[in-house]
Design a protein around this ligand. Structure first.
Ligand SMILES: [Zn+2]
Length: 77
């Protein structure tokens, strides 16, 4: 989950390079979130739970960006 979180919420300095398994773009040249998500779903034997968690994480990332965008606008005023 930590590695998936890193892929969906990378530090600003992270660069993309091919996933070590599927060759799709991945941050830090590590395994991409799709491959890691499949591993996690197999591990817990529940793809639905993993997909729901990933959706929540994506929503969190988007909401953080929105709040930070408004904060940046405020600091310019
Ligand atoms: Zn991959």
């Amino acid at each position: 989950m930590k590695r998936i979180t890193f892929q969906l919420r990378p530090p600003a300095s992270a660069t993309r390079s091919p996933c070590d398994r599927c060759r799709r773009p991945s941050f830090g040249g590590m395994t991409c979130h799709d491959c890691l998500g499949k591993d996690l779903a197999d591990l817990v034997q529940n793809r639905g739970a993993v997909l729901r968690w990933e959706q929540s994480l994506r929503a969190l990332v988007q909401d953080e960006r929105t709040v930070l965008m408004y904060a940046a606008r405020r600091s310019v005023d």
